[in-house]
Write a protein that binds this ligand. Sequence first.
Ligand code: NAD
Length: 440
Amino acid sequence: MKLTVIGTGYVGLVSGACFSELGFDVTCVDRDERKISMLLQGDVPIYEPGLTEVLSQGAKAGRLHFTSALPKAVESADFVFLAVGTPTRPTGHPDLSQVYTAAKELAAHLSGYTVVVTKSTVPVGTNRIIEQSIRTANPDADFDVVSNPEFLREGAALSDFMEPDRIVVGTSSDRARRYMDTIYKPLVRRGAPLLHTDIESAEMIKYASNAFLATKITFINEIAGLCEKMGADIQLVSDGMGLDHRIGKAFLKAGPGYGGSCFPKDTAALTYMGRMHHMPITVVEAVITANDATKSRMIDKISGLCDGVLSGKKIALFGVTFKPNTDDMREASSLSIVPALLEAGATVNVVDPQGRRYGEALLGNVNWIDNPYVAAEGADAAVILTEWDVFRTLDLKRLADVMAKPRMADLRNIFRPEEAISQGFEAFVALGRPENKSAH
Ligand code: NAD
């Protein structure tokens, strides 16, 4: 079986690499020639743990190819995966131009029976339009369309792909269903549940899942805000809630608001679909508003820690990517928090293990510093914004010693307040816990 994957972003590259690891012959196509030439040289355009190794094994074994020549890659394929971007327009409706352009481009080159599989997250009804557009462009083509949404998480993408909670295959064609069963057989054999659905349900499963997770995160963030006001500890509250198996402990960690390439755009798309069909998804509308408020609350917290005056203050900021183990900066909290700090007149020293590659163009006027203790020298506050492991092991005493004012806003709750205070911090604010000040 030959697979072609169109789009070598986080989803396309991981899917291509993993299918080649499973033994299939895979060609990854991207219109971005810079990305393709990097990949041909063995460089990887994104940071994802383990990806470099799997890509190089696939290339060495001759099962993984990279090209910007879409026609040839499609001609020889039994499966063509669409893994192109679906960003948001200001209205909330996803911009589907990459999907429709790719569908038009591939139509003329289909040869023999081909399954066109949409991995990109697309609104309900989109796969029917893709099918129609291919049929119009190439009435003789022998193909079926499948919605096969992707659920991988950046930072754990390879294991999520190889050991998924579920594989969703939405199609109205028995033949395409059998084809899909063939390529996912290795994962099903290892225990992955494969759910067959109609196309529309598969499309909806993706949006409903992401909106639900965004709701869970936002819920706990609001409860954290209330804990601060009422003297409860969010960590204990999350533990106590999560032990209930109907709730589960995942996604119950308070943080500075969700970001990333999926939740903001998928919640916006779902509410847009609701409005268009006069069935507003009011819960998710409220989640979007509450998430924006959470992000603003973080700026107030940092400002409060600096006695309400950010002008002239030096802030050491740890972590700018939207979560650890990725270099993805899309919709990261840092993109609203850092500009607010700069605008208020603060100087910001940024430390992030992988954030600089894409962050440099997005966060102007900050100082990128590799060593956290150098970044903290003479600082008036330290802010933990992304919970990279390297920050969890910071020597708090050493950090406090080099700061002008040893104060910390831990917006990921990676340290215990009493621990920070005992190591020399004079003020420490976390999420969902009472503010701590040193006795001296
Ligand atoms: P991305 O923006 O990182 O990558 C998309 C790639 O497609 C780019 O490299 C772009 O150059 C390429 N491309 C666009 N049009 C093309 C064309 N006509 N021909 C060839 N290449 C083309 O996107 P991503 O983050 O990988 O997401 C892809 C889709 O998967 C989106 O719909 C997203 O919502 C969904 N998704 C993403 C994640 C995630 O964690 N990133 C998880 C699950 C689902």
